[in-house]
Ligand binder design. Structure first.
Ligand code: 173
Length: 324
């Protein structure tokens, strides 16, 4: 038997092994990101302002490579792409990935700011469920204060949609159908052509953004008041998130809070877009006070009832923490 001796190469190996975590931490990771919304729309524009700063401050730590919009991954497939890790990150709304988890669409119902959701446990509850059911981390809510509206090309004088064919996503399904509409699900990318060909008499969309895809050219009326609050958020594949080291996670978290701190933008934007619609000749259809209240009440009643049916435990928790 030969006596064991620590050779110089073995010492070198041990030193390298001890240094390795430090070397890994010093490395830069790059995340591939897509958007379920069009690249030329307001959501991606807003995202890009933030991404520029992210990437300049993240040199040596973390970078985001924005791959593109629905041409890269179709709108209703973005959720599965994040879940499976085909992409690392996405800008999306829950209504686009109810095929991954029906609860994704519940977030339109929240009525307290995301900052409050972070304080009161709602944000943590969302993350628990998103991790468990969608293999996703729910990183930040990028849009707030953007109520949805019904846009029409036929005039109505009461909250009744019988005989109207309306373009929807899961956001509006039960509410509009409950008011008598015939509903047809379509990604935003197909709405212009559907309007042009009179395939639909109207569509649901938030207060802001209809000019981005030229829908104003084919829109005559907007029904007031709005209802719910458009939820547009950043989600990330859980495995990709777990691969980040502590320094990268801390940087990511800091940037997500910085993004949410920009959310004041949306209130101003809502006012600007309302004025722009009026200028473009889009007429507001306004019900009397009682009918207007009944309209929004019905929206929330229907929304929460649908949520309660799909997942009573999570819907109950979310409602207790975020409904008014
Ligand atoms: O496409 C939609 O109408 C939709 O569901 C949605 C959700 C959030 C923001 C904008 C649109």
């Amino acid at each position: 038997m030969t006596a064991h001796r620590t050779s110089p190469s073995r010492i070198l190996f041990l030193v390298a092994a001890l240094l390795a975590p430090g070397l890994v931490a010093a490395q830069e990771a790059t995340l591939r990101m897509v958007s379920a919304f069009a690249e030329n729309g307001i959501y991606v524009q807003h995202l890009q302002k933030w991404l520029q700063k992210f990437n300049s401050e993240g040199k040596g730590t973390l970078q985001v490579n924005f791959v593109g919009g629905p041409k890269a991954v179709p709108t209703f497939e973005v959720g599965n792409a994040v879940k499976s890790g085909v992409v690392d990150m996405a800008l999306a709304t829950g209504a686009f990935y109810t095929n991954v988890m029906p609860e994704a669409d519940f977030l339109k119902l929240t009525q307290v700011p995301v900052a409050e959701q972070r304080r009161n446990g709602a944000f943590a509850a969302i993350n628990d469920l998103w991790m468990q059911k969608a293999n996703m981390v729910y990183l930040a809510r990028m849009v707030e204060n953007q109520p949805f509206h019904l846009y029409l090309n036929k005039k109505i004088d009461r909250p009744e949609l019988t005989g109207l064919k309306i373009r929807i996503t899961p956001v509006y399904r039960e509410f509009f159908a409950g008011q008598g509409a015939n509903v047809v699900t379509m990604p935003p990318g197909e709405v212009y052509t559907a309007l042009e060909r009179n395939v639909v008499d109207g569509y649901g969309w938030p207060i802001g953004g209809i000019f981005d895809l030229n829908w104003h050219e084919k829109t005559r009326y907007r029904v007031d008041p709005g209802f719910y609050d458009a939820e547009v958020s950043i989600v990330m594949n859980l495995d990709a998130w777990r691969k980040l080291d502590a320094r990268q996670k801390a940087f990511l978290e800091k940037q997500m809070l910085a993004l949410e701190a920009m959310n004041g933008f949306w209130k101003t934007y809502a006012a600007e877009e309302t004025a722009r619609q009026e200028k473009a000749g889009i007429q507001a259809i306004r019900f009397d006070v009682a009918a207007a209240k009944a309209w929004t009440d019905k929206a929330y009643e229907t929304g929460w009832a649908t949520a309660m049916k799909a997942n009573p435990e999570f819907a109950g928790k979310l409602k207790a923490l975020t409904a008014k």
